[in-house]
Design a protein around this ligand. Structure first.
Ligand code: NAD
Length: 418
């Protein structure tokens, strides 16, 4: 049995590994272990039945040394400080790996949104925004959508911030609706990024990417988009899942139909189609495929199931889906893991493009967004691949070597204040 460690301990372990590989200055290492700022807020909401409920909200900034904090806001019953600290630290590495002038942050509210009415959800978001108002801003910290939040959530945050500042400030969040300063392509960016990366990586490994068989765990903002992109070019997606069930079909699932099914508010457990088997959601991870894409939440691939994972490439759509113990097992078994901080960085990249467009009040067309995204992501993949080959280390370790070095260099140049 894997010794249960918190997500933050996982993040610290990854930092320690990288520190050894790059011979990191111990003072810089010490600084990077800690969050710069943590804010815990109470979010009181008058519910529809007239009772008052208080929810716990957070905003955590790990590093702003390379630029304003950047990171999503998630609404989930599982949101807790240890998780957010890890996610904020991973955002620092993600922005540094892509050399974006941004830092790492994360936030959220511990809440089950299924139990809230639309009015309660809006009030929760607006009140949370007021509580974290002094921490966020286009030059301070720029939130974005994450699990169970979306462009509407960002529109409410942007509105509250703008009302309080007395000036419309689109740059306070990314992932906004297009009509109020959002970017084309943002909604699909993380999935598109996964698509660019897997196509290139399959090529590098000598596979024909169109002939590979894919399994995607999760069918949300990330999972459904990578599924659709692969399906549109003719790839076979033989399995997927949502929080209710897994769907498996060796002949390939009709992703377009599944998207329609989910849009109507249905669950996979009720999906009926000839040739499609309904299985337990956990089972989907251990079915044989070429490329496995976890796109739900963290800690899905652990020492309990790592030896049963049966794929050639693991493409991390989610943040932190693989525990360090599982990572080791996969490495020993020769499964190539494309790490989260590289694989799913298309989202933060187009968030950055949105930020740039807001500052310039000039908006790009989709072709430009996708071209620039492909260029930056493939360069990052090339850099990571090169370091991995040169030093004979995993892609994850190589990505960390580059990301942590970039942050360390910024700390060195700025020095320790005072
Ligand atoms: P989402 O809320 O849109 O989707 C999550 C999906 O996972 C839903 O379909 C849900 O039903 C499903 N799910 C939850 N638990 C499950 C389980 N045990 N088995 C199978 N399915 C399950 O969230 P998202 O935005 O797609 O984010 C998914 C992951 O990707 C998270 O780890 C997030 O941090 C990461 N991520 C998201 C973005 C982004 O732009 N949205 C960017 C980078 C990384």
């Amino acid at each position: 049995m894997e010794h249960k460690i918190s997500l933050y301990q996982v993040a610290l372990q990854q930092l320690d590994d990288a520190a050894k590989l790059i011979n990191l200055d111990p003072n810089i290492h010490e600084k990077l272990k800690y969050m710069e700022r943590i804010l815990i807020v109470s979010v009181p909401i008058l519910m529809d039945d007239g009772s008052l409920k208080v929810f716990q909200g957070y905003r955590v900034q790990h590093s702003t040394v390379r630029g304003p904090g950047k990171g999503g806001i998630r609404y989930s019953e599982n949101v807790n400080m240890e998780e957010l600290k890890a996610l904020a630290m991973w955002m620092t590495w993600k922005t540094a790996l892509l050399k974006l002038p941004l830092g790492g942050a994360k936030g959220g509210i511990t809440v089950n949104i299924k139990k809230l009415s639309p009015r309660e959800l809006e009030h929760l978001t607006r009140r949370y925004t007021v509580e974290i108002l002094n921490l966020i801003g286009p030059t301070r910290d720029i939130p974005a959508p994450d699990m169970n939040t979306n462009s509407q959530t960002m529109a409410w945050i942007m509105d509250v911030f703008s009302m309080h500042r007395g000036e419309t400030t689109p740059g306070v969040v990314t992932g906004k609706p297009i009509e109020i300063g959002g970017s084309l392509g943002r909604n699909r960016a993380t999935g598109m990024g996964l698509y660019f990366i897997i196509r290139e990586m399959a090529n590098k490994m000598g596979y024909k990417f169109l002939e590979l068989k894919y399994i995607i765990q999760g069918f949300g903002k990330v999972g459904s988009v990578i599924a659709e992109e692969l399906f549109n070019v003719g790839c076979k997606i033989i399995g997927t899942s949502d929080s209710t069930a897994g769907l498996y079909s060796p002949d390939g699932l009709n992703i377009r139909e599944l998207i329609k099914w989910k849009k109507k508010g249905n669950s996979f457990k009720d999906y009926q189609e000839k040739g499609v088997e309904i299985i337990e959601k956990e089972e989907i991870l251990t079915k044989t495929c070429d490329v496995l894409i976890p796109a739900t939440t963290e800690n899905q691939i652990t020492s309990e199931n790592a030896d049963k994972i049966d794929c050639k490439i693991l493409l991390e759509g989610a943040n932190g889906p693989t525990t360090p113990a599982a990572d080791k097992i996969l490495e020993e078994r020769g499964i190539v893991v494309i790490p989260d901080i590289l694989a799913n960085s298309g989202g933060v990249l187009v968030s950055y493009f949105e930020f740039v467009q807001d500052i310039n009040a000039y908006f790009w067309d989709l072709e430009r967004i996708n071209n620039e995204m492909r260029k930056v992501l493939l360069k990052a993949l090339e850099d990571v691949y090169h370091v991995a080959q040169e030093r004979n280390i995993s892609l994850r370790k190589a990505a960390y070597v580059l990301a942590v070095s970039n942050v360390a260099q910024a700390i060195k140049l700025r020095g320790f204040y005072p």
